[in-house]
Design a protein around this ligand. Structure first.
Ligand SMILES: Cc1cc2nc3c(=O)[nH]c(=O)nc-3n(C[C@H](O)[C@H](O)[C@H](O)COP(=O)(O)OP(=O)(O)OC[C@H]3O[C@@H](n4cnc5c(N)ncnc54)[C@H](O)[C@@H]3O)c2cc1C
Length: 248
């Protein structure tokens, strides 16, 4: 896959190109604060051209769209704190977006819903007594990590409304260094991917062996790997075309 990520708060556009079933590619563009990608083909391509790296534009500019861009607008992230309610109906468990919906650009919703199903399973194994309260407490803990990861990114933009904790500035400083290490260090990169995929909690970023690397000497520009050159998918060789050829 190809991912030109935003770098908040300055660079507020992102683009993704992912291979999907049927020899096709899924292309997603997005921006923050109502910076919507246009839903027409020419505007969509122009938006891709204005990402801060050329790779997505170069990859898609010759590709053939199978349909018009489909817009989706997300107004705000939302976590309903049912665990704080003093009274709650017994026998009711709230799961998924109804409990917490994240900015979809971070791709967390389905994974967190699956983790919530695991919490429900574990809670049920403790019997039916006091189930609703036990589930609500545990499920809130399972949301904390992903909620912090996505909202702390969005809150880097001054115009985004929400509570900013003091620790956020420190974490941003640490994570900027961490990402620099992760471009050269296998352990750091692996940990980053594991946390992003919610296999490990965000506290894994602070493992002692990683702390030493992140707080120590950072790789210099000369040691930093160069970004790969953009690759255009030529129309003749595009998987899209091959698929159409097969279908036709
Ligand atoms: C553009 C976009 C991209 C995303 N990308 C990712 C990603 O890459 N990775 C990831 O993990 N998550 C992603 N998500 C988030 C993910 O899709 C959601 O978190 C997930 O679908 C939530 O599942 P859910 O079952 O809680 O809610 P939903 O999937 O919204 O399901 C709720 C269902 O209830 C139905 N319904 C609503 N009201 C009623 C009613 N009164 N009676 C009967 N039925 C009703 C709705 O029609 C719907 O089918 C993305 C979301 C969006 C919008």
């Amino acid at each position: 896959m190809l991912f030109v990520s935003a770098h908040l708060p300055e660079k507020r556009r992102a683009g993704v190109v992912v291979p999907v079933e049927g020899d096709r590619w899924l292309v997603m563009l997005g921006g923050w604060l109502k910076d919507y990608p246009p839903a027409d083909e020419a505007g969509f391509l122009e938006y891709a051209r204005n990402l801060h790296e050329p790779h997505v534009y170069e990859a898609i500019r010759n590709a053939e769209p199978l349909g018009p861009p489909l817009p989706y607008r997300f107004p705000h992230s939302q976590w309903r704190h049912y665990e704080r309610m003093p009274r709650f109906p017994e026998g009711l468990a709230v799961v998924g977006d109804a409990l917490c919906s994240f900015n979809p650009i971070y791709g967390q919703g389905i994974t967190t819903a699956a983790l919530q199903a695991e919490v429900l399973d574990a809670s049920l194994r403790g019997g039916l007594g006091d189930l609703a309260r036990r589930y609500r407490q545990r499920v809130a803990l399972s949301i904390l990590g992903p909620w912090y990861m996505s909202t702390s990114e969005d809150l880097l933009i001054p115009q985004v409304e929400g509570e900013r904790s003091r620790i956020m500035g420190l974490m941003k400083w640490y994570m900027d260094r961490f990402m620099r290490v992760a471009t050269c260090d296998e352990q750091a990169l692996k940990t980053f991917m594991q946390v992003m995929h919610m296999v490990k909690p965000p506290t894994a970023f602070l493992a002692p062996s990683l702390l030493r690397k992140v707080l120590g000497r950072l790789p210099t520009d000369a040691e930093w790997p160069a970004a790969p050159e953009p690759v255009s998918i030529p129309v003749e060789a595009s998987p899209l075309q091959r698929h159409e050829g097969m279908a036709g």
